[in-house]
Ligand binder design. Structure first.
Ligand SMILES: Cc1cc2nc3c(=O)[nH]c(=O)nc-3n(C[C@H](O)[C@H](O)[C@H](O)COP(=O)(O)O)c2cc1C
Length: 461
């Protein structure tokens, strides 16, 4: 297991770093504001994540030693964040000033394996703060940001970016990031414009072109909902690893393959027949998607709450609320009384009182899920899977953790994908739902303090 950074240790780069320090991870959990916090990182690692990123930290605010923000975003004092059980870990910053970035990165370099720079955030908050994808046209500045860390840190610098509209520019950009000193590149296959209702599909071909053009490891990001997508993305792009954000939030076991065959071996015709009943837009047969682990979501939620309760590092209420609403989503539209109770939990001290309230609600939901699961006992999973007609994707029984798939936008443009795209395994990417928790998070977002790349819309909830 990678240990704490030793300052005089030889600094490795590229594949040496990827293999010897990170342990050749293939399964990576993305940086996610308010969602890739310590407790979630721990849960994700238990279920197969091999490398995890922190939520993005604003270098400008972090570089001010008196700012309260510092303790909030990364707790050095308790010692759990970045400690032996929280490795390998990459800490992500957004920045537009090399000096501020270096000061902040220096403070946290002993607690992680690399520092990542967010060059992908497309939100208005990033436009106002002048960071993320809004630096995409300022190549000299980006070069300086990366190069300052490359020359001055004892650990490697990495970069996460969005693609450009053309393959040529995307490749040219990736090569510049590599020249500046980035030792791993994460390529999110969407452009800066692909956000909100225009989110659409990630372009795996551009990721492949980047992978072929650079010599450092490349992580591929975008369009991963089911476990089967992980292997397909690796195969389609040749990338070294897959990074997941939303897929991981709805099923933190996304990276684990099924513990046993979910489809009975002796009944391949059963899969074929279930596949043949799919609507014409179905991307792939249902059986293709049932290769991963989908634990009962209430079990995952209780495990997560247990981590929150037992670790010393405090978890903000908004993180916990966000996770519970996403994880439990398949059941909450049925169990509306419990959904309302979840939404009514407010901040109080001691914090354990809030966690106890959540636990009580989740346990109640768990009993109902056990009841529903029991009612179908003996039936093979494939017979319980239905198909979402709008997307052609499988919908698992409501007690199992699974991706949340929003209907595709009404008039698909080229970027949003066609039927043949779907058949090729590409499809509409979900946006964040408008659950009470998401609305709450979006309301409290302050300029420059934090961001999420996902736009909150008011279409459901
Ligand atoms: C809740 C949430 C928070 C996010 N926060 C960050 C962030 O802090 N830094 C970043 O680079 N990307 C952030 N993203 C973007 C993801 O890292 C990822 O690039 C994007 O969601 C596409 O991956 P996916 O298709 O697996 O969701 C966030 C995404 C979500 C859903």
């Amino acid at each position: 297991m990678p240990g704490l950074t030793v300052p005089d240790q030889k600094k490795l780069g590229g594949y040496d770093f990827y293999r010897e320090v990170l342990g050749s991870p293939k399964y990576v959990v993305a940086p996610m504001v308010d969602q890739s916090e310590l407790a979630w990182r721990r849960l994700s690692r238990r279920y197969g994540a091999q490398l995890v990123y922190t939520p993005m930290i604003n270098a400008k605010m972090f570089s001010d030693p008196k700012h309260k923000y510092r303790e909030e975003v990364f707790n050095i004092i308790v010692g759990e964040e970045g400690g032996p059980e929280d490795r390998p870990l990459i800490i992500q910053f957004c920045a537009n000033d090399p000096e501020q970035l270096l000061t902040s990165a220096k403070t946290l370099e002993p607690y992680c394996d690399a520092i990542d720079i967010n060059l992908g955030c497309p939100q208005d908050i990033a436009r106002r703060g002048h960071y993320g994808s809004f630096l995409q046209d300022e190549w000299d500045l980006i070069y300086e940001l990366i190069n300052a860390l490359h020359r001055n840190l004892s650990i490697p610098v990495t970069a996460k970016f969005r693609v450009f509209p053309t393959v040529e520019k995307t490749v040219e950009y990736a090569k510049m990031l590599e020249r500046a000193g980035a030792q791993i590149l994460t390529c999110h296959g969407r452009t800066r414009e692909q956000r909100g209702h225009k989110t659409g599909l990630a372009d795996w071909d551009k990721i492949r072109a980047v992978k072929e053009a650079v010599s450092v490891p490349v992580f591929a990001n975008g369009n991963v909902l089911f476990h089967a997508d992980v292997e397909r993305l690796l195969a389609a792009t040749g990338a070294d690893a897959v990074m997941s954000a939303e897929g991981n939030l709805y099923n933190p076991a996304l990276f684990s393959s099924a513990p046993h065959p979910l489809l009975s071996e002796e009944s391949p015709t059963a899969c074929t027949s279930s596949a043949s009943s799919l609507p014409p837009a179905s991307p792939l047969p249902t059986s293709t998607y049932l290769t991963g682990t989908h634990p009962r979501h209430t079990t995952l939620a209780l495990e997560y709450l247990d981590i929150v309760k037992t670790q010393q590092t405090q978890t903000p209420l908004r993180c916990v609320k966000g996770h519970l609403f996403k994880l439990l989503k398949p059941a909450l539209s049925r169990e509306t009384d419990l959904r309302d109770r979840l939404g009514r939990v407010r901040y109080e001290k001691p914090e354990t009182a809030m966690w106890d309230k959540y636990e009580e609600i989740v346990k109640e939901l768990d009993e109902r899920m056990q009841r529903d699961a029991k009612a179908t006992e003996g039936r093979p999973l494939e017979s319980l899977v239905t198909v979402d007609f709008a997307t052609g994707l499988p919908v698992l029984p409501h007690w199992l953790a699974q991706p949340y798939v929003r209907p595709p936008p009404p008039a698909p443009s080229k970027a949003q994908g066609t039927l043949s795209d779907m058949k090729a395994g590409k499809r509409s990417q979900p946006e964040t739902e408008d659950t009470p928790e998401a609305t709450e998070t979006s309301k409290r977002v302050k300029p420059e303090s934090e961001t999420t790349e996902v736009v909150v819309t008011a279409q459901d909830g």
